[in-house]
Design a protein around this ligand. Structure first.
Ligand code: ATP
Length: 549
């Protein structure tokens, strides 16, 4: 046995990029991308990605250099998920809703050599570049103008600050280009900045190996069949769209691209294309189930949610409309979902609200993650499986990041020598082994010495018929230390006959929660401040609550 060692035939570096070569053979004449009146087959997508990869190398992009993309879910954004790493470069998808200052910092931090810029973001990117210190080299820019592709006409956007248009660069490329394979599966493939919900965005670098594991794992965990119709309601810039750009090539799916998350358009596309799968943060589920365009679906649509705790009432409402909801948990640092609420057939017999309560738990490690646990912060030992004892959620497995770019200290703080990644999330493990996130450690409220999980209070608020969105944060209090302060936006549609008062909302919570968890203050807002990935920016609400006390 000791002579049976790895050899060149079985040691080719793992990468998801080859999925595209295979898709061109297996699904060549099937649709790969549909967007407005544009559609491509897998053969065409394969060709276009190779052309773009070859053009990037002609422009001087070298192995390991960073190439950024600031674009929504349009066809070129999808193609770049393959084309950039196929040129040997590291792909850096950037959030389109950042401000110019943050964007400038990210572009400098990543030392990006080239940026693909959607035409709606061109002034933002140009402003970000203008903020570079004098005499610093800034990246070259390429303009994405999907309206030009849709209309088949020449673009009207000015390219004076840009090398060229996307299509112009692509046309010059070689469709037979031999893509640049990673030398090792540990080579970095992507650089993603975290959402910046709690602090400044951190640059997470993931290897080809990690992305491969995550992609295969995501397909298995969600039981994705061959040739699904996938609607892009999750921004690709959010943790690489949880790896589904590469996953859809593996299963020959049809990618229905979407520039903006708009409920009426989503319902239209679901019907028109017979969408089978889509993903979205809980805010998208809430939007769909509260929309005035709300429609009961004429076929089941699988929807995968993650990114923030989904309140059980939102899950129940979404399922009652014909969506089949799956729930997962993960971080940018884990490459996507690594814990999911593995569903048991026997739970289907339970009433809807009970099913939703079970489904709002984050669950168990996916098969691609080695282990997930919750450690007591004092002893460092796993907590009791009693659903009550809280600790920090820790993870380990092959899809975890290589580390934070240029931040060895930050990396070693969370990727510890004991072989675990510390998430900064607080959770419990139930007697049945399912993990439940109670809060982010920064968001937990400590009132009179008792820990209050803000998602638990929010879940009650979401069950109130007049509440559209809710977030609960700590308000400093002389006597209790902190008390829960609820920020609430109310539904705008015709359902509302009378707006509830602060007193009524507090009473509603009193009837359903232990007294110490009941918000002492309720603030009504038109809308809650959110990151572009749909997470409530609680640090802003905390600031307001602090000013109020
Ligand atoms: N299903 C879920 N339930 C509860 N929380 C979730 C779930 N999925 C993700 N999260 C939260 O999202 C976090 C990961 O989010 P992401 O990587 O996008 O960056 P962020 O934490 O929002 O931003 P930053 O680290 O910059 O503050 C997790 O640590 C967790 O707090």
């Amino acid at each position: 046995m000791e002579l049976l060692l790895p050899n060149p035939a079985n040691s080719t570096p793992l990468t998801t990029l080859g999925f595209l070569d295979r898709a061109a053979t297996a699904y060549g004449d099937s649709p790969s991308i549909v967007y407005n009146n544009v559609s491509y087959t897998w053969l065409q997508t394969h060709c276009r990605c190779l052309q773009m990869a070859s053009s990037l190398t002609s422009l001087g992009i070298q192995r390991g250099q960073v190439v950024s993309v600031v674009a929504p879910n349009v066809p070129s954004m999808y193609e770049l998920q393959f084309a950039v790493p196929m040129s040997g470069a590291v792909l850096n998808n950037i959030n389109t809703r950042l401000d110019a200052h943050t964007l400038s910092i990210l572009l400098q931090h990543s030392e990006s050599k080239l940026v693909f810029v959607d035409h709606h973001s061109s002034s933002l990117v140009l402003e970000a570049i203008s903020l570079f210190p004098r005499n610093t080299k800034h990246p070259q820019l390429i303009l994405i103008d999907d309206e030009m592709v849709s209309s088949g006409s020449k673009s009207t956007s000015s390219t004076s600050h840009f090398l060229d248009h996307y299509e112009g660069i692509l046309e010059d490329g070689d469709p037979k280009f031999k893509w640049v394979r990673p030398k090792s599966e540990w080579d970095p493939m992507v650089l993603n900045y975290t959402s910046g919900t709690t602090s400044c965005p951190k640059g997470v670098s993931l290897s080809h190996r990690a992305i491969f594991i995550k992609t295969m794992d995501a397909l298995v965990d969600w039981s994705v069949p061959n040739q699904p119709v996938y609607l892009w309601t999750l921004p690709i810039f959010h943790a690489n769209g949880w790896s589904f750009p590469w996953g859809m090539a593996a299963v020959g799916g049809t990618n229905i691209c979407l520039r903006k998350v708009d409920p009426s358009q989503i319902y239209r596309l679901i019907k028109q294309h017979k969408v089978t799968h889509m993903c979205g943060a809980p805010v998208v589920l809430n939007m769909l189930s509260n929309s005035p365009d709300l429609e009961t679906l004429d076929h089941h649509v699988q929807i995968l949610t993650a990114g923030a705790p989904p309140p059980a009432p939102v899950l129940a409402r979404t399922e009652s409309m014909g969506f089949v909801v799956s729930h997962g948990y993960g971080l940018t640092e884990t490459g996507g979902i690594v814990v999911s609420c593995a569903w048991k057939q026997k739970w289907n017999k339970l009433p809807l609200t009970e099913r939703a309560r079970l489904k709002s738990r984050q669950g168990v490690n996916t098969v691609g993650l080695t282990e997930a646990d919750v450690f007591d912060p004092k002893t460092g030992e796993p907590v009791k499986r009693d659903g009550k004892t809280v600790g920090e959620v820790v993870l380990r497995g092959g899809s975890l990041m290589l580390g934070y770019l240029k931040d060895t200290e930050g990396t070693s703080k969370c990727m510890r020598e004991n072989g675990w990644f510390y998430t900064g999330d607080v959770g419990v493990i139930h007697p049945d082994g399912y993990l439940e996130i109670k809060d982010r450690s920064k968001d937990i409220i400590i009132s009179g010495g008792e820990n209050i999980s803000s998602p638990e209070v929010e879940s009650v608020l979401y069950s109130h018929p007049a509440v559209n969105e809710a977030a609960v944060v700590a308000k400093p209090d002389k006597f209790w230390g902190e008390t829960p302060c609820a920020f609430v936006s109310l539904k705008k549609n015709g359902e509302l006959t009378q707006k509830p008062s602060e007193k009524e909302i507090i009473q509603y919570c009193r009837d359903r929660l232990p007294h110490y968890m009941v918000p002492k203050t309720v603030v009504f807002e038109n809308e809650l401040p959110k990151t572009s990935t749909g997470k409530v920016q609680k640090f802003i609400l905390r600031r307001i609550a602090k000013a109020m006390s």
